[in-house]
Design a binder for this molecule. Structure first.
Ligand code: AOS
Ligand code: ZN
Ligand code: ZN
Length: 388
């Protein structure tokens, strides 16, 4: 099989997970801009996500955020997703939006707050049971703003205690995805600030706890592909939250700020043979489209991941190894850059055509008139927003 044919086969099997919150209105702390046709309910967010899958063929999974996507009947929501040709993926917990969490959630100094936060995480496991989801994703905004505010070490004990309880509630095939973030909303300490902290907690918990790498959650200049390579080697890479950033946690479209970075990350994934769903890695987008139309922005993001993956798959592995083992620094770098500089758009267009899709998903979505139809259908009622 040629490199190109192998790449086409793997790309055809690739699955990217979409965040339900990408379809609601979002903004910064300065302003949330409203867009027309925005979904009003979790069901409508799934409808929009299903459009992204319909035009790319590569995004059959939708991640929920609780309580933003709270419904009475999660089994029914999973059926709704299946009717639209997609399925529900990770259940994202939210222990950052209540007044009670001002000093932290599972690491709060107040035992009542810790209980409330842990109960919410357990509720997310229940929801995962109802939706048939494998993953419960935990991100903690917990931390402190001032030296001396709380004991750094005691907060780790409280975190471990809560994680133990959630871990014990998992079914055999379920996992905790433990996300880390350097700072924000806490500005002095964050209780899970980096991959090492997440990794240490996951290692202690056991094999059903794995690390989630959000590409926007590092200090500027951090070599994310090194982290990815290391976690892959240790079988502790569980998921990505893909997005791109110029400054901090910008949540811009993946591959928009630095397409070379996502290529370098995907190169590690390809080398580990971990591109397709059987690897157990959840390739999710975690983005907010504050000023750009949401469904096309998700389509563009999926295409950006596909392009980075295609380029990584085109790396001539034999030539790369030969150059590496012979110490040919420039030669090895050239092999990588040759792949990165290949225009993979014709290959992806061909894969789409072969799969019965339009080779240009953005153009085809625009032609479909979906946005006009939903704008009319959803003109009454309250649009979902980030946090609703
Ligand atoms: C927060 O910065 C994290 O990226 C989380 O993944 C969060 O739950 C998500 O971004 C939705 O706000
Ligand atoms: Zn994230
Ligand atoms: Zn984030």
């Amino acid at each position: 099989m040629t490199n190109r044919a192998r790449a086409a086969e793997i790309l055809g099997a690739q699955e990217i997970e979409l965040p339900s919150w990408a379809f609601g209105n979002s903004g910064t702390r300065f302003k949330v801009f409203s867009q027309s046709g925005v979904p009003r309910t979790p069901e409508e967010k799934i409808d929009d996500a299903a459009q992204v899958h319909a035009f790319t063929g590569a995004a059959p999974i939708v991640s929920l955020h609780i309580p933003w996507d709270k419904v009475d009947d999660y089994e029914k929501l999973a059926v709704h997703a299946a009717d639209r040709g997609v399925r529900i993926g990770a259940i994202n917990a939210n222990v950052f939006q209540d007044d009670d969490y001002m000093l932290g959630s599972v690491t709060s100094p107040d035992p009542k707050v810790r209980r409330k936060a842990t109960d919410h995480l357990l509720e997310c496991v229940e929801i995962a049971n109802a939706t048939g989801s494998r993953d419960v994703k935990l991100w903690f905004a917990d931390g402190t703003n001032y030296p001396g505010q709380d004991s750094i070490r005691t907060r780790q004990d409280r975190l471990a205690e809560a994680l133990d309880e959630v871990y014990a509630a998992l079914r055999p095939d379920q996992r905790i995805l433990l996300e880390y973030k350097l700072f924000e909303p806490s500005f002095y300490t964050t209780d899970v600030p980096d991959w090492g902290t997440s990794y240490a907690h996951c290692l202690r918990l056991g094999e059903k706890a794995v690390v989630c790498v959000d590409t926007g959650h590092h200090a500027p200049g951090t070599n994310i592909e090194f982290i990815v390579a290391f976690l892959l080697r240790e079988n502790k890479l569980g998921a990505f939250d893909f997005n791109s950033r110029f400054y901090a946690d910008d949540d811009l479209m993946v591959g928009a700020a630095d397409p070379f970075q996502i290529f370098r990350i995907m190169h590690e994934i390809v080398q580990a043979g971990a591109t397709t769903p059987d690897s157990g890695i959840n390739f999710m987008l975690d983005q907010c489209h504050n000023i750009e139309p949401k469904i096309p922005a998700q389509i563009r993001s999926v295409m950006n991941v596909q392009e980075a993956t295609a380029k990584a798959l085109l790396v001539d592995a034999d030539a790369l190894t030969a150059a590496q083992v012979s110490g040919d620094v420039l030669g090895a770098n050239a092999v990588l850059m040759d792949a990165y500089n290949t225009d993979v758009r014709p290959l992806l267009a061909e894969i789409r055509r072969n799969g019965g899709l339009d080779p240009d998903p953005l153009e085809a979505f625009s032609r479909s008139g979906y946005l006009d139809r939903v704008t009319e259908a959803r003109k009454d009622g309250v649009p979902a927003g980030w946090g609703a």
